[in-house]
Design a protein around this ligand. Structure first.
Ligand SMILES: [Zn+2]
Length: 350
């Protein structure tokens, strides 16, 4: 989990906050299984019904720093979803009231903060009702739920996020689930979101890719040279002759990453990203990671994860600096420029 505005609290694990969410952000969550009494969770052993009391028992055992309240985020898009959106808000408020009562009575959870979940699908009036009602309750922060996946149009999503955060008190953190791409993160920050999950670098790693985008908005000539290396690689994405290899890359691949399994990297003896200080870039080459990927070695994922996490967390550090120095616009320009140069818009043979 990464924070743009709030700094990390010390726990037994230094520099980390333990946050417990209801669902795994990278696992599919089938629709149609929630009731007024329970929310369905899905794992290796199939479906599990989570009632408010069972949910709070688990929180008592884990004692996280922060956790989201049990909520029903299972909505469908469009006008047909209006009734379902209302139900999701009603249920989530009712779960919130039960969980707040149980929280108050739990000595084990006096050091834990519960986030209220804002639901309501893509229906603005339900989102606003959810935000206003949740803000009346003694929650420690807010979760903007139900924005994961791509069923909602981007414009609708951003408008809803801005409308919801406008209803929330400034002094309590807002976390969003299911948003992790650098450009989308910046758009959400502009609309008042503070905290994000870190599933994105994991997904990048899973598809055999490395994050190489630049987030340097300072016109420091020396640093700019280092950063250009990654940018040049992004420009090369999809712009060379071996289109067959490119097409084997995951269609979910974003303009912020390079596909290291591509054969063009088999004799590339530079680091994954020039100038990066992570373990992988300091000790290994692109050619080595490429070899590990094509031979399905587990170490490939370990090394890529080290690099991708460090790069992503440094991106958030750059966001905090940009907010402090009033340079978020410059950072946004720098990141969005790379969206245009990426593989989605690169023409073959260019
Ligand atoms: Zn690295």
């Amino acid at each position: 989990m990464e924070s743009s505005r709030f700094y990390k609290k010390k726990t037994c694990m230094p520099d980390t906050v333990l946050y417990c969410s209801l669902h795994d952000p990278v696992a599919p969550c089938p629709s149609g299984y929630n009731t007024n009494k329970a929310v369905s969770l899905w794992g290796n052993s199939g479906r599990m019904e989570m009632t408010a009391s069972k949910f709070m028992d688990i929180q008592r055992a884990i004692q996280p720093d922060w956790f989201q309240c049990l909520s029903d985020g299972d909505t469908i898009s469009g006008e047909a979803g209006r009734k379902r959106a209302k139900k999701s808000v009603d249920r989530s408020l009712s779960f919130l009231d039960v969980c707040l009562q149980l929280l108050e009575k739990s000595p084990e959870l006096q050091g834990s903060v519960m986030f209220g979940a804002i639901e309501g699908g893509d229906i603005l009036e339900e989102r606003l009702r959810s935000a206003r009602e949740t803000a009346k309750r003694p929650v420690g922060g807010f979760l903007l739920d139900g924005f994961q996946g791509c069923t909602m149009a981007k414009e609708t999503k951003l408008k809803l996020i801005a409308s919801v955060t406008a209803e929330l008190p400034e002094d309590k953190p807002r976390i969003i689930h299911g948003v992790g791409k650098p450009d989308e993160v910046l758009e959400c920050i502009e609309r008042g979101v503070d905290i994000f999950e870190s599933f994105f670098p994991f997904q990048v790693t899973e598809r055999g890719c490395a994050l190489v985008f630049s987030y340097d908005c300072h016109p420091d000539p020396e640093a700019a040279v280092l950063n250009q290396n990654g940018a040049q690689d992004l420009e090369k994405n999809g712009a060379e002759d071996n289109q067959d290899e490119i097409s084997k890359a995951d269609p979910e691949m974003t303009p912020f990453e390079i596909f290291l399994k591509d054969k063009r990297y088999h004799d590339d003896f530079g680091p994954v990203l020039e100038g990066c200080t992570c373990y992988c870039c300091q000790r290994h080459t692109r050619a080595y990671v490429h070899h590990l990927l094509v031979t399905n070695e587990l170490l490939a994922g370990v090394l890529l994860m080290m690099h991708n996490f460090q790069h992503y967390f440094n991106f958030f550090s750059a966001i905090r600096d940009a907010l402090r120095d009033n340079k978020l616009d410059q950072l946004k320009k720098c990141v969005f420029r790379q969206v245009l140069q990426g593989p989605a818009n690169a023409k073959p043979g260019q």
